[in-house]
Ligand binder design. Structure first.
Ligand SMILES: [Zn+2]
Length: 318
């Protein structure tokens, strides 16, 4: 392999590498971009373990503005059980501690529908585009079907989520409507209608998807860092009023503090969504550093460190 992870000038900038889904070898991945234990190891070796700082060291250097070129950290978003089962043992083997950005509602028995939907379309359809045909059909048959036509040109002209190289055009379109056009209720009504018609039970799927408090304590006591990722993982938190944003992060902080007995001081912005009010709220909650999910903001603040999605690294490996 001749290519060097740091060939791209961007990547000299200190940043996080972002991970979400993992699956066991031979199992069907329930998310696009999902990787196995072996692929995770290969990615770590590709970056070079010496370039990956322990989470606490990276954090301290970030706060003190002492991070140097090529200093990387590993981050895992969304409180997923598969991270604990597959990524955690690999990190322990390499002696690498990471940032884990958890949203709290799923620890309180409130299933996160987005994750359930993801599971549904990956398991019930041969590929994303076939699912999207069904979604679009339900959308166009609904009482809000005008929102499709009204906004399709806006999407076609946008670069929405093009940085996620593993998303197909249809998946970007789906996420555009989900995150930018429909409100949560409109989107969930559409999806719940589809799940109903396919005879899918949300609670059965929800059982095995997320970590529990015991997992968080285990991570925290092994020098991993638990950070904020909101309470219920809105896809567009910047659109919420200030009180709702504050509730999202306060409840998230209370949960993490009560379980780990450590004040969280880091955040990753869910779906990279935030505005000035969000940053003020986070500042008041004592948050010192934050992460975006891309490199699209040069000269960033401490609350906006860049991250690269692991799928970019996987491409270079192949
Ligand atoms: Zn997330």
């Amino acid at each position: 392999m001749n290519s060097n992870y740091f060939d791209n000038e961007n990547r000299l900038i200190p940043h996080g590498v972002m991970f979400h889904h993992f699956h066991h070898e031979g199992d069907r991945p329930y998310a696009q971009g999902s990787i196995t234990s072996e692929q995770f190891q290969k990615i770590i070796e590709f970056i070079g373990p010496k370039n990956i700082l322990p989470a606490n060291t990276w954090l301290e250097k970030a706060i003190n503005k002492e991070l140097r070129e090529k200093e990387i950290c590993i981050t895992l978003d969304d409180s997923l059980k598969c991270q604990m089962e597959i990524a955690y043992p690999v990190l322990q083997k390499f002696g690498i501690s990471a940032f884990w950005f958890v949203f709290s509602s799923v620890f309180k028995g409130q299933a996160n529908r987005l994750e359930i939907y993801r599971y549904f379309y990956n398991i019930y359809f041969p590929n994303f585009d076939e699912f999207y045909e069904v979604f679009k059909k339900y959308f166009l048959m609904s009482s809000i079907n005008y929102l499709y036509d009204d906004n399709i040109n806006l999407f076609l002209k946008s670069d929405y989520l093009k940085e996620f190289v593993h998303y197909s055009e249809k998946e970007r379109e789906y996420r555009f409507y989900r995150d930018k056009i429909l409100n949560r209720k409109e989107f969930e009504n559409l999806m719940d209608g589809i799940l109903d018609d396919y005879g899918v039970d949300i609670n059965t799927i929800a059982k095995d998807l997320w970590m529990n408090d015991h997992d968080l304590r285990k991570l925290s006591s092994n020098d991993h860092i638990i950070g904020l990722h909101s309470f219920s993982h809105p896809t567009n938190i910047a659109q919420l009023d200030i009180n709702k944003q504050q509730q999202e992060y306060m409840k998230n902080k209370e949960h993490i503090l009560s379980v780990t007995s450590k004040e969280p001081i880091t955040v990753s912005h869910p779906c990279c969504s935030y505005n000035n009010s969000t940053l003020e709220i986070l500042d008041h909650l004592g948050i010192k550093i934050g992460f975006r999910s891309n490199f699209q903001k040069p000269n960033h603040s401490l609350m906006e460190f860049p991250r690269v999605d692991h799928s970019h690294l996987l491409l270079e490996l192949n």
